[in-house]
Structure formats: C-alpha cells, structure tokens
Design a binder for this molecule. Structure first.
Ligand code: HEC
Length: 117
C-alpha cells in the first residue's frame, strides 16, 4: 500500500513537471520584450548590422520583403516571426539561431514591431 502511494506521488510529480515544461515552452512564443521601449535602440542596432543589407533602411524592403507591413507571408504572430528569423525561410532568408540567439532575436522583433503600420 505504501509503495503504491509513493508511485502515485512520483507520477503526479512527473505530471506537474511536464505541465510546467509545456507552460514555459508556451510562454516563449510571446515576445518577452513586447511593448518594452528600452530595447528598441539595441534592436535597431541588431537590425542595422544583420538585416539592413537585405531588408533595407527602416526595414521598408529592398531586394527583400518589406518588414513594416502587418501582413506577412509567413505569418505575423510573435511565434511566426520568431520562427522565420531563427530558422530562416526558403527563398533566401538566412537562419539566425546560432548567430544571434533568442534574446537578440526578440529584441530585433521588438524593433520591427515599432516600425509596423
Ligand atoms: C541575405 C539577405 C537577408 C538577410 C541578411 C536577412 N533576410 Fe529576412 N528575408 C530574406 C528573404 C529573401 C526573405 C523572403 C524569404 C521567402 O520568401 O522565402 C526574408 C524574409 C524575412 C521575413 C518574413 C517576411 C514575411 O513576409 O513573412 C522576416 C520577418 C525577416 N526576413 C526578418 C529578417 C531579420 C530580422 C533579419 C536580420 C536578423 C533578416 N531578415 C536578415 C533575406 C534576408
């Protein structure tokens, strides 16, 4: 009897841990810097040194898509834009996972949001 109670306790612990894990994965799909104007300067700097050569001044598009429009080919939720930037897209959008890491990717997204019309 005791043993089975311990097993039940262990299982519920595991379930809680799993719920916690899926919760944090979920939370990651929203920009932790959403609406945070203090990161815009850094986001702009990241944009200008990594993205501007293709996406143009103020992200208005050059040889590559305009990033200031709310309608985006690959979707415009935080999760969509994060996936686009971190994993890249087939027609020539490089992946930035290793170069920038998630913190800088979220900052550049915060900057892009500030340009959206
Ligand atoms: C070498 C040129 C190049 C660079 C540098 C580049 N991109 Fe792109 N990007 C592209 C191309 C080309 C596409 C279109 C991909 C497609 O349609 O498959 C694209 C698409 C995108 C999209 C999706 C637009 C949509 O309509 O869904 C986003 C967002 C984006 N880029 C953000 C960035 C950010 C942020 C950076 C800098 C970290 C960056 N890009 C750097 C070439 C580039």
């Amino acid at each position: 009897m005791r043993k089975s109670a311990a097993v039940v306790a262990a299982i519920s612990l595991l379930l809680c841990a799993a719920a916690e894990l899926s919760f944090s994965a979920e939370a990651k799909t929203n920009n932790p810097y959403g609406g945070n104007t203090s990161v815009l300067k850094e986001g702009k700097r990241i944009y200008e040194s990594n993205c501007k050569s293709c996406h143009g001044d103020g992200a208005k598009g050059d040889i590559c898509p305009d990033l200031t429009t709310k309608k985006k080919k690959f979707g415009n939720t935080d999760a969509d834009v994060y996936t686009t930037i971190s994993k890249g897209r087939p027609a020539g959008m490089p992946n930035w996972d290793n170069t920038l890491g998630s913190d800088k990717i979220w900052k550049v997204i915060a900057y892009l949001r500030s340009l959206e019309k």
